[in-house]
Design a protein around this ligand. Structure first.
Ligand code: CO
Ligand code: CO
Length: 347
């Protein structure tokens, strides 16, 4: 049997880079020159999942990229997860991925076999998505990183932004929350097999399966829940839509054992950065415990879609999502109301 590599050991802890959280990044990006192009339908203003550029009345290009250090030890699984995560931004906009390019950083000390397995995993997901892998770029780096830049198509009239939620809508979440906690617990060898297996199954799952069902309905707003946490992505949706979103914490689907991990302090650094940036903008019910708060600010890897659509459609959509294997953990987690004092309330 070949020696197995513990890939996550090569992922460095954030260290001094931890100071550059969402707040600092927003300031830096805000200081860049402003770009105007009448064909640019979605740029940086609303923190949407990808940039969208109109080509004709019926066709727009979505461009996106995403990459990160290993979140699991198995190289091929890491490849699958990173690729599913990168492809997700196209699905979150109602689009279809067309071309994918590999983004690779890799250390000399890890064998070429490991790199081969990571890229095989990624390629498998690009295949499953029906897109083509058409190139990429790699550099030498102590810390391995992998991801994709993806270009996709969407009909601009049917594009889903993260900012279209309307009062009277229901909110659906298509994957359980807690991958940050599970990955942290796994790195510390404290994870339960059930929660690890489920997390991996969900992280490698394409949001294609959710988006295919959603395309049959009038989606008002959609985004994928990733590093900015459920709280962060829901807040962006609420602010961009000029509404108030109420999320019922009892209805949020969670991975097994995640509150235990939070109580044990197996909390990823990103949680604290998210909390620092978001906490005062959000209202949390007094009954919510501190350990539970960490779940709401937990950075997700390859998380599900957060979708806002008419209440009358939501039940049918949910039924179809729950009947489908890949999206069976979907739940209606909240609702959209007229704008109030705060944009996001957790009940
Ligand atoms: Co996204
Ligand atoms: Co992204």
């Amino acid at each position: 049997m070949k020696e197995s590599v513990k890939l996550t050991q090569f992922a460095k802890s954030a260290g001094c880079a931890a100071k550059i959280g969402p707040k600092v990044l927003a300031e830096i990006v805000g200081g860049l020159p402003k770009f105007f192009d009448e064909h640019l339908l979605v740029g940086t203003e609303t923190n949407d999942d990808g940039a969208v550029y109109q080509i004709s009345d019926e066709l727009a290009l979505i461009q996106t990229l995403d990459f990160f250090p290993p979140v699991v030890d198995e190289p091929s699984l890491f490849g699958e997860i990173a690729a599913a995560n990168a492809l997700s931004d196209i699905y979150a906009m109602g689009g279809t991925p067309k071309i994918a390019l590999n983004i690779v950083a890799f250390p000399n000390c890890l064998g070429q076999e490991v790199l081969g397995e990571i890229l095989q995993g990624g390629a498998k997901k690009v295949q499953e998505a029906g897109a083509v892998l058409a190139g990429g770029h790699s550099i030498n780096d102590e810390e391995p990183k992998y991801g994709l830049s993806v270009a996709g198509f969407v009909n601009p009239k049917k594009m889903w932004k993260n900012s279209g939620a309307e009062p009277g809508d229901a909110l659906i979440l298509t994957k359980p929350i807690g991958t940050g906690l599970v990955n942290t617990a796994a790195k510390a060898d404290m994870v339960s097999e059930t929660s690890r297996k489920l997390a991996i199954g969900q992280m490698r799952c394409l949001n294609y399966y959710a988006s295919e069902i959603l395309k049959d309905y009038e989606v008002h707003g959609c985004t994928d829940v990733t590093g900015f946490s459920l709280a962060g992505h829901a807040l962006e949706m609420a602010e961009g839509s000029q509404v108030t979103i109420k999320i019922d914490t009892k209805k949020i689907p969670f991975l097994p054992d995640v509150e235990e991990y939070a109580k044990m302090g197996l909390v990823p650094e990103g949680t604290y950065r998210n909390k620092e940036f978001l906490r005062e903008k959000i209202k949390l019910n007094d009954t919510i415990k501190e350990s539970f708060e960490d779940l709401l600010f937990d950075p997700q890897t390859s998380g599900g879609l957060l979708v806002s659509l008419k209440k009358k459609d939501a039940k049918e959509v949910l039924k179809r999502l729950q009947e489908q294997e890949q999206t069976r953990y979907s739940k209606i987690v909240g609702e959209v109301e007229e704008k109030q004092e705060v944009h996001l309330i957790f009940l």
